[in-house]
Design a protein around this ligand. Sequence first.
Ligand SMILES: *[C@@H]1O[C@H](CO)[C@@H](O)[C@H](O)[C@H]1NC(C)=O
Ligand SMILES: *[C@@H]1O[C@H](CO)[C@@H](O)[C@H](O)[C@H]1NC(C)=O
Ligand SMILES: *[C@@H]1O[C@H](CO)[C@@H](O)[C@H](O)[C@H]1NC(C)=O
Ligand SMILES: *[C@@H]1O[C@H](CO)[C@@H](O)[C@H](O)[C@H]1NC(C)=O
Ligand SMILES: *[C@@H]1O[C@H](CO)[C@@H](O)[C@H](O)[C@H]1NC(C)=O
Ligand SMILES: *[C@@H]1O[C@H](CO)[C@@H](O)[C@H](O)[C@H]1NC(C)=O
Ligand SMILES: *[C@@H]1O[C@H](CO)[C@@H](O)[C@H](O)[C@H]1NC(C)=O
Ligand SMILES: *[C@@H]1O[C@H](CO)[C@@H](O)[C@H](O)[C@H]1NC(C)=O
Length: 286
Amino acid sequence: MRLVALLPVLTSASLDSRTVLSLNRRQQSKIKPITLTKFGVTFEAEVQVNNRTFFLISDTDSSDLWVPVADFQCVNSTSGQDVSQEECQFGGTYQVPNSTEYVANQTLGVQYGTGLALGKVAYADVTLNGKVGLVDRTDDLGDGIGSGVLGLGFPALTSAHPGTELDNNTLPVNRVPYDPVSVSMYKQGLVESWYSFAIERPPKNATSGPGGWLGLGEMPPVAHPDDWAIKPIEVTDGLPDELTGWKRQITPMTLSVDGVTWGNPSSNSSVTNSTTFQAVVDTGTL
Ligand SMILES: *[C@@H]1O[C@H](CO)[C@@H](O)[C@H](O)[C@H]1NC(C)=O
Ligand SMILES: *[C@@H]1O[C@H](CO)[C@@H](O)[C@H](O)[C@H]1NC(C)=O
Ligand SMILES: *[C@@H]1O[C@H](CO)[C@@H](O)[C@H](O)[C@H]1NC(C)=O
Ligand SMILES: *[C@@H]1O[C@H](CO)[C@@H](O)[C@H](O)[C@H]1NC(C)=O
Ligand SMILES: *[C@@H]1O[C@H](CO)[C@@H](O)[C@H](O)[C@H]1NC(C)=O
Ligand SMILES: *[C@@H]1O[C@H](CO)[C@@H](O)[C@H](O)[C@H]1NC(C)=O
Ligand SMILES: *[C@@H]1O[C@H](CO)[C@@H](O)[C@H](O)[C@H]1NC(C)=O
Ligand SMILES: *[C@@H]1O[C@H](CO)[C@@H](O)[C@H](O)[C@H]1NC(C)=O
């Protein structure tokens, strides 16, 4: 396995901003293999939702876990037209059990860079009372393997909304926050307060294959040096107040980069820019 990036995410000390994850209590190992798809632009973890297995895009920059339901509507994101389910290319859909408990008077509406996912909010045995979005309308295209998203971000980015009517122009501001799966797991003492990613590049021209590891309070099983660069997760500067809930809180997983060097560092053609800037840690490409 060729390791190209090892990214331990250590969160800050306050309880609510700690992030942890385990996907299934019955699973012994807290190290999950990740599958890469789309030539290595998406990284998917295997997740059980009420004992059904899905490959979900592991996304540190969103906080909802959702799967498409059996009768979901696929939408062409360019034209806005309803199209056949095949166009969305999901690896599978979720047959909602009759016993499903929905969250009353709430609606899921997630706005990604690439599209929307709209649906109902329900409880599922994902990992211990984790809430799951049951998406019935999406233009978020799949890849033949994946079927939804595993949001690993902070609570401020969850996307349940009050009421049963969604105004998708106000999705970023009109939220009912809840504990994402990862926070729920931590609060129940099932996992530690951090997780790790090791992501792998695909062999040339391979559309999918092994993509690395997601470690739930554990280091991934790959060789690594111990000279870590450690940066705190911090409040993102310059976000509009309505996106941060009118308070100074961690929204995306942001850290400060101290500088950038490009070119070959051992030649005199390399250039360093030491201006600090904030960057978002985002494993998803949604
Ligand atoms: C999942 O499977 C286990 C073991 O087969 C079973 O005990 C449990 O009730 C199932 N859970 C759901 C939600 O179907
Ligand atoms: C989506 O709509 C656009 C514009 O009408 C069209 O060019 C494109 O082929 C459609 N894509 C799919 C997957 O149907
Ligand atoms: C679920 O509900 C449908 C419609 O009411 C019914 O036909 C079906 O038998 C139920 N399935 C189970 C497993 O109870
Ligand atoms: C549902 O939510 C909407 C929006 O917050 C609210 O106006 C309405 O009263 C709620 N309905 C019920 C039955 O709780
Ligand atoms: C907004 O949401 C509705 C469904 O509630 C959908 O029909 C519509 O296409 C969405 N608008 C956009 C711009 O995606
Ligand atoms: C990758 O695909 C391109 C275009 O099909 C081909 O020319 C090239 O030889 C392939 N490279 C490898 C390493 O297979
Ligand atoms: C580095 O710069 C020196 C002086 O400008 C030059 O002599 C040398 O060839 C350069 N080395 C490389 C690797 O470019
Ligand atoms: C150095 O980086 C900063 C922050 O990214 C940027 O604003 C600035 O333009 C860069 N300077 C140069 C000379 O590239």
